[in-house]
Design a protein around this ligand. Sequence first.
Ligand code: CAP
Ligand code: MG
Length: 409
Amino acid sequence: MEFVKAKYYVESELPLEKAAQVIAAEQSTGTWVDVSTKPSDLDARLAARVVGVDEEKGTCDIDFPLEIFEISNIPQFLATVAGNLFGLEPVKNVKLLDIELPKSFAREFKGPRFGIEGIRKLVGTERDGRPHIGTIIKPKVGLNPKQTADVAYDAAMGGCDLIKDDETLTDQKFCPMEERLSGIMEKLDSVKQETGRTVLYAHNITSGLDIVERAERAVEGGANMLMIDVLTSGFSAIQAVRAEQALKVPIHVHRTMHGALTRNPRHGIAMTVISKLTRLAGGDQLHTGTVSGKMERSVEELVAMNDFLKGGFHGLKNVFPVASGGIHPLCVEPEVKTLGNDLVIQAGGGIHGHPDGTVAGARAMRQALDAVMSKIPLKEYAKDHKELARAIGKWGGDVSWSEIYEHGN
Ligand code: CAP
Ligand code: MG
């Protein structure tokens, strides 16, 4: 018999073993009371079972028989391993820390269409294997299509490999997605003619109702990458877009709202779980966090999660981890040193907030990356790279994120 294995952190007034059994029952064949309607042989087939507890760490391991899952149905999977248990009265706090999926479960999913190697081929970095530099158009919302395209052009000419919509920009009246798409793709075609470089544009199709139609219209309109906010759209949204054979473009996955699940170490769902499900669903790139940016993190979990995304997983293609959030040129070194070269390093404010504007900001990010790849100290490299020098002048001080938010920067 094969199992999906789940690890939980649990706080309860009940003894840990008992609390684990309560969770296992509730999430499989039981409820709060024995029922006369349960066939005597059912538990042997479908009951989840507690296979270990660690009193010191407060964790338990529960095995779910594979048969309890509907293959390739992520919503049902989450209802089973991450459902009612979070609200059970006797379980005061619980966090789903990790899941282990057998090959027979994972191989029912398509996984990423491109993966890291496929995206590198699109951008032309398959040989040098350097990290990609991306930017998010800022301000987050409010620009019209022409203004958005102009910012995209500047960032691309400055050296960005990837331009993305921000997570809250979809098809609002001030920036209709089809006009935005055509404007940006026209600019990126000019970049290609002027520099020979292919720059990707992650076009945000996040929506609940018509996401496949949006994806089809976007690809017909020339999109070379799609973007989906996985937690607000749902994992099935990624699966549905990925399942469309004609949509031969990579999917950039943003994780906005994840903090509601991942941030509390005592309650919720770990980002590790979200990353595994995103890979199954078909995300080619996924925001997983930074070691030096504005969002909170566990570096240990981040490194392990990125290693999972880049490594083998039952024959599914790998996923490009994205480091984003408060990133500027001085963050490039710690990100690459900790997370490696298979990384998309994204800066929004860190490019468009450069003292000399977007082109200079993108150049400064590329100069910081070139310095790291050539193993030259940043300040040394900045001596004959003025855009980097100006970024160091602005962000070189040792200030905390709270000070930055309080006093501006
Ligand atoms: C970054 C960003 C991204 C964050 C999300 C923002 O902008 O566009 O959404 O990276 O965080 O809106 O904050 P800045 P994460 O570069 O200006 O900070 O990647 O951790 O999910
Ligand atoms: Mg954003």
